[in-house]
Design a protein around this ligand. Sequence first.
Ligand code: GDP
Length: 215
Amino acid sequence: MKILSADLVTSAYTGGARDGIIRDELPQFGFIGRSNVGKSSLLNALMGRTLARTSAAAGKTRHANYYRVTAEGGKGGLATWGVYLVDLPGYGYARGGHDSRQELSGVVDAYLSALERPPAPNAPQREDRGAMFLMVDSRHPGLAADLEAWQHLSSRARVHVVASKVDKLSRSERAKSVRELTRIFNQAPIVVSSTSGEGLDDIWRVIASATIGDA
Ligand code: GDP
């Protein structure tokens, strides 16, 4: 599989008259996690381009940034296909934990309703309109804010858990983290490192499989 292009197409915000949420026929894959979890780094690594801003510059953005990615190939051959990778706002800024649900509303709910909505009348019927990647820090499995996010999101979308920064763990710490996360979220996490590149192929496999049925 090869990335042919990746571009920021819109920055959606639910505060205005038009929210900017994209509701066309391309599948959408949202990335969400606590601030500093490594979301921008992962998106940049996945796209092979520095498009998403890393924490130092990003601040507490409430926008959803849509990257349109065109890829070629996969197991099925050389056909070209497209998806949106969506950089959703971070959460976990609120102290005390009780504001996490509020932090997840707004643009995230608008994104979720776009995933849920039936396709336009003459768009091809798609069973899978996309999914969510919930990023959690592999060093800190089971944080309350992550569990709240999981509960909020998994009732409305397919959610894959991504364990970030695994290069920072020893082999035994890593095994322990994977065990913990599997128990907590009832699924094996996709283990990634934007630094080493580990796990990037696994994420693309999930995306390609949902989009072109390429396992
Ligand atoms: P975001 O706030 O979730 O977008 O997080 P960033 O991508 O900006 O990353 C936050 C910090 O973690 C930055 O200092 C990154 O350099 C660092 N970081 C991100 N991903 C990794 C990783 O896979 N391994 C390591 N060691 N550091 C990472």
